[in-house]
Design a protein. Structure first.
Length: 204
């Protein structure tokens, strides 16, 4: 059996204990994961998990068209916040790898996990290692990343604080210029909210 046949034991032990060992850690700041122009009049924030099936469906079926219509045109700045929902072991491992990758590879890792969420969950560490290697990480860097106790503590504390501060009860959750949207919005739903935010921005 490959040594990467399962996610590293740190994650299994921590998750089996409900992450109790790290739940009391102080939240650490993290680089903002964003796409689009900082000068865009509208900011869309998504709280999502790479372990969440609903998030994967949105990422695979809605996000490409959303990105083309709004982000690539400079009209929207998209900000992604990590949550630990759904398959929590995959969520933790996936985000730790994404955060360990070079900053310009972050969304490449997240997108790859969403694209093959079930396969990576079933394939465990071996499948996730392939994603990491495609993003330029070596097996040694992958192992070091997923056995970093401080990074695990920071991720848990950060996501807990985000959920509490912003009232995120499920994923995905979206905010358009600070206005919370309910449910899994379609492209039409988001477009309507963005257009409304644009009008408000012009009037303001």
């Amino acid at each position: 059996m490959s040594r990467h046949a399962a996610f590293p034991s740190l994650l299994g032990l921590a998750l089996a204990a409900g992450l109790a060992a790290v739940s009391g850690a102080a939240a650490a700041s993290a680089p903002e994961h964003a796409l689009g122009s900082p000068k865009a009049p509208v900011t869309v924030v998504e709280y999502a998990s790479v372990g969440c099936p609903h998030c994967a469906t949105w990422a695979n079926q809605v996000f490409p068209a959303f990105k083309k219509q709004w982000i690539d045109t400079g009209k929207v700045r998209f900000v992604f916040h990590e949550m630990i929902t759904g398959d929590s072991e995959l969520a933790v491992a996936g985000f730790m790898v994404a955060d360990c990758a070079q900053p310009d590879k972050y969304f490449e890792v997240v997108d790859a996990i969403f694209a093959d969420q079930v396969g990576i969950a079933q394939g465990g560490g071996a499948a996730l290692l392939k994603v990491a290697q495609a993003a330029g990480m070596t097996p040694a860097q992958f192992d070091a990343c997923l056995t970093d106790h401080q990074a695990l503590a920071d991720l848990q504390a950060r996501t807990d604080k985000d959920a509490q501060d912003h009232g995120v009860e499920f994923t995905p959750t979206f905010f358009v210029n600070g206005q919370k949207m309910a449910g899994d919005p379609t492209l039409k739903d988001l477009s309507a909210a963005i257009e409304s935010a644009e009008r408000a921005h012009r009037k303001g």
